[in-house]
Design a protein around this ligand. Structure first.
Ligand SMILES: [Zn+2]
Length: 132
């Protein structure tokens, strides 16, 4: 399964993750279907942000409201693993909402995951948009 994202947006996520070595960064993936058109960086409001994330609920509600009035859809979210690998943690599996796209950043390693069912992630192939 493909997830389309531009190199510019990938680099933006890598830079944000690199600038935050002690806490996970997070944000929303905006777009349509499985094509990411923009990122919305959000505050990580988790109690233990060094190894978990929780998207600021105020930003989440605002993004969903904007989507209902014609803005890009929220198709998933991204977060970093400052000390781990770019694979979903056990905590991520508990939080996974089926049908959403995930991107996890660990250093230069950036990987896409599709939350297929409760607790189950399928790897997604990150592809660049063709500019035709
Ligand atoms: Zn995680």
């Amino acid at each position: 399964m493909d997830l389309t994202i531009s190199r510019v947006l990938l680099d933006e996520m890598r830079r944000a993750a690199a600038a935050s070595p002690d806490r996970e960064i997070c944000g929303l993936l905006l777009g349509r279907n499985r094509r990411i058109e923009g990122l919305l960086p959000c505050d990580n409001v988790a109690a233990m942000p060094e190894d978990s994330f929780e998207i600021d609920p105020v930003a989440l509600i605002a993004a969903h409201r904007a989507a209902r009035t014609g803005g890009p859809a929220v198709i998933g979210h991204y977060h970093s693993h400052p000390r781990g690998t770019a694979t979903p943690s056990a905590r991520d599996a508990e939080a996974a909402e089926p049908g959403s796209c995930w991107i996890i950043i660990a250093g230069n390693d950036v990987r896409g995951w599709f939350a297929a069912a409760a607790g189950r992630f399928d790897p997604m192939t990150l592809v660049e948009p063709d500019n035709r």
